[in-house]
Design a protein around this ligand. Structure first.
Ligand SMILES: [Zn+2]
Length: 445
């Protein structure tokens, strides 16, 4: 059961376009699905942003006491994968499997907790074919020459997430006209195999799934057709998530997802990231130069729905901020262990200073208030946490001077309490570095 907390957890729902109180379908339990990567290359910092944002959500829900089932897929069958595999003369599934592994390495470096399930398309062909068949049976899709298309005209609610109307997709502008489609906005559920392409058998001939159907089929397989949270980058609202809703509801009229969450874009040097203009950064390129947690800190320094701009100047600032955090914790550990014997033998209980007590309380309140407000990480990193770190350093400075025993031990007690609270906050934010983590070895409270 979720614990009682002072602040009500609110999240911005892209479907209703407002912040809403979070209420899970099953009390105490949360089911969430986040669209994963198409694994044909190293992931870039735009991917890092999405998965750090949803990792903060995952961690915070657990902190609130929920039992969370988090599913994040791998698209391991796709046009881009097939194209890259052909270029490299490599088997498509072996190429995608290699980059799934690289992605997992990046996620571990960025302290993103592993989801409970990480399904791959190639392992779920039965579920995908079954769902396509259901959509055909329900008259919302049609097969033509080995392809299967979703018929948007037979799904009246099409466009309710993105707010797009079918007239907005004027034929020939964004979608190449295909005379076999009944409506230019119809999209592929199944694609007939071209010669030499990897394929799976199906009632419509050998082929492979269209991109969108996998998330509908795999979310049903792991979370059922009704679940709490669906997340992804803003660029997925249309067409990917719009099409997912259409497919899921066409296959199962009761399908429903209560909260849609989308993270904002990443630009680099104030421009859209692009390989051709040289401002494209993979996670690996950044983490070769900076601590991965500096990248995580940088990404959390902006609210997840706002655009974030990557630049060397910004990552340098985060790098210094992370260094300052770990240096402070290490100095605290040093001071506490230095006085450990003295505290044990003093036989008297010294309480923390009023300043320290106030600071601990403030950090705890501020942390829950801000994270409960649609995961507002920047104000925690830039305000309450800074205040606590400043006070810890001030106390560390005072301990270097000659102090009376009661004052000295009261300051140590202050450090112990401050450090415990700061570590707790860093843990939920995924910023606790295991290499500097050493459990405070005694609890003087
Ligand atoms: Zn998806």
């Amino acid at each position: 059961m979720a614990e009682k907390h002072e602040f009500e957890f609110q999240i911005y729902n892209s479907m209703t376009k407002q912040k809403e109180k979070f209420k899970p379908i099953v009390p105490g339990k949360v089911s969430m699905y986040v669209c994963g990567v198409t694994s044909y290359d190293f992931s870039h910092i735009g991917h890092a942003r999405a998965y750090v944002a949803f990792d903060v959500l995952f961690r915070y829900l657990k902190h609130l006491g929920y039992e969370v089932k988090y599913v994040r897929n791998f698209t391991d069958v796709d046009d881009k994968i097939i194209k890259r595999a052909n270029e490299l003369g490599e088997d498509a599934l072996s190429l995608s499997s290699r980059f799934c592994q690289e992605f997992l390495t990046d996620m571990a470096d960025l302290h993103c907790l592993p989801p409970n399930e990480q399904p791959r398309v190639s392992d779920h062909m039965d579920q995908i074919r079954d769902m396509i068949q259901k959509i055909i049976d329900n008259n919302c899709a049609y097969a033509v020459d080995g392809d299967v298309y979703f018929s948007v005209d037979n799904f009246p609610n099409y466009g309710r997430l993105s707010g797009r109307k079918l007239e907005d997709n004027r034929a020939g502008e964004r979608i190449a006209i295909d005379s076999r489609k009944r409506n230019p906005a119809d999209f592929a559920l199944w694609k007939a195999a071209k010669p030499g392409e990897i394929s799976w058998d199906s009632p419509w001939g050998p082929g492979r799934p269209g991109w969108h159907i996998e998330c509908s089929a795999m979310s049903v397989a792991y979370l059922t057709e009704t679940f709490d949270i669906h997340g992804g980058g803003m660029d997925l609202i249309f067409p990917h998530h719009e099409n997912e809703i259409a497919q899921s509801c066409a296959a199962c009229p009761n399908a429903n997802i209560n909260y849609w969450m989308h993270n904002g874009f990443v630009t680099a040097n104030d421009e859209k990231m692009s390989k051709s203009i040289g401002n494209f950064f993979t996670i690996r390129e950044v983490t070769k130069l900076y601590h991965p947690l500096a990248l995580r800190h940088f990404l959390m320094g902006t609210h997840y729905r706002s655009p974030v701009n990557y630049s060397i100047a910004q990552i340098e600032i985060s790098s210094e901020a992370v260094y300052y955090i770990y240096q402070t914790l290490e100095d605290c550990d040093g001071a506490i262990s230095q006085f450990q014997e003295e505290i044990k033998t003093s036989g008297k209980k010294y309480s923390a200073t009023d300043d320290a007590k106030k600071c601990v309380k403030n950090l705890r309140n501020h942390f829950e208030e801000k994270l409960s407000d649609d995961l507002h990480t920047p104000t925690i990193l830039n305000a309450a946490l800074q205040e606590a770190l400043r006070l810890m350093n001030k106390i560390l400075g005072m301990l270097k001077k000659k102090l009376q025993k009661p004052q000295k031990l009261s300051n140590i007690e202050s450090l112990i309490q401050l450090e415990k609270e700061v570590r707790g906050v860093l843990d939920v934010l995924g910023l606790l570095s295991s290499s500097t983590y050493s459990e405070v070895s005694f609890n003087a409270s």
